[in-house]
Design a protein around this ligand. Structure first.
Ligand code: HEC
Length: 289
């Protein structure tokens, strides 16, 4: 068996076992819920169109910029047990090179021998350069009313440095191609109490839950939604969130067990969706409803 297939099988067997355990706990009978229905003829609801207009106005003075500024300060300040800044962190284009780094990730990093999305890489730098502990950073990784974790602001800062640039996630290294293929397999893998995959909600045009349009993330045209406006300031709740949070929340919606923070599974999924979005122009951190 090729190593790609083997890794996909290992990743999916893990998910299947976890899902089986999860399904047993869940009281809901299998197939209790139908996948979201196909929307009528028009592809965007009136509410979405209204929201898009609102967002355009808001993004001129986006709250995301506050988190960019906070992230910049965190990047440049000496912190952590080793009292170092992150200015020597290599995001794929060389130590300290930020311009264009975000639109080229996830990518393979030889020093860690892993494919890493931006958050995974920043956490890696916080551990190796500043001496933080990965377990501590994984304890409360998502924004709440109480606080915005440092990696969230750092991701927002780094993302802002690629504003207006073309998404160009590399597929040269065999491990990068493997990440794409494993990500694709995970995206289409059905399991759990509802027998859903990501594709159940994001695999066709025109699907919708309540008033939310669900982008078809397997298509070139709509996969950009897995990139554009992320990281995003979410008006529901008023919190800044990264794609790590979005993935976590979608695993929850899928009734799957929670994925590990900054894990390989997330890096694989982000590689799959990101590569699908290659060629689009990234407008920078944005606003989500
Ligand atoms: C039960 C349906 C459901 C499943 C299954 C699901 N999602 Fe989602 N997803 C949603 C909803 C609802 C949203 C929010 C849409 C909005 O805010 O307009 C969303 C949003 C997203 C977004 C952000 C899109 C944007 O416009 O910013 C991404 C990326 C995403 N999902 C990826 C995934 C991945 C990867 C999986 C599989 C691990 C998955 N989703 C599984 C319902 C689902």
């Amino acid at each position: 068996m090729s190593s790609i297939k083997l890794r996909a099988v290992v990743a999916l067997t893990g998910l299947a076992l976890a899902c089986a355990a999860h399904a047993q706990q869940a009281a809901a009978p299998k197939k209790a819920a139908a996948p979201p229905g196909k929307a009528a003829a028009e592809s965007k609801s009136a509410i979405t169109a209204e929201f898009d207009k609102f967002r355009e106005v808001m993004e001129d003075a986006s709250p995301a910029e506050l988190f960019e500024a906070k992230g910049e300060e965190l990047w440049k300040t000496r912190r952590g047990p080793k009292n170092a800044s992150l200015e020597q962190c290599d995001l794929g284009l060389g130590p300290g090179v930020l311009k264009g780094a975000y639109v080229g990730m996830p990518r393979y990093f030889a020093d860690a021998d892993q494919v890493m999305d931006v958050e995974r890489r920043i956490v890696h730098c916080m551990v190796t350069l500043q001496g933080y502990k990965a377990e501590d950073l994984a304890k409360n990784p998502f924004s709440s009313e109480a606080s915005t974790p440092d990696p969230v602001s750092l991701v927002t800062y780094v993302a802002g440095q690629s504003r207006g640039m073309k998404i160009a996630i590399p597929q040269k290294h065999p491990r990068e191609r493997e990440a794409y293929n494993v990500g694709k397999a995970i995206f289409n893998y059905r399991a759990g109490a509802w027998d859903f995959s990501c594709a159940s909600c994001h695999g066709e045009e025109g699907k919708r839950i309540r008033t939310q349009d669900l982008p078809n993330l397997s298509s070139k045209k709509e996969a950009i939604r897995a990139f554009q406006s992320w990281p995003g300031y979410r008006m529901t709740g008023g919190l800044m969130h990264t794609l790590q949070w979005r993935m976590n929340d979608c695993f929850r919606q899928q009734r799957f067990p929670e994925p590990g923070y900054a894990s390989e599974t997330i890096a694989d999924l982000l590689t799959y969706m990101g590569v699908n979005a290659n060629g689009h122009v990234y407008k920078g951190p944005g606003i989500k409803r």
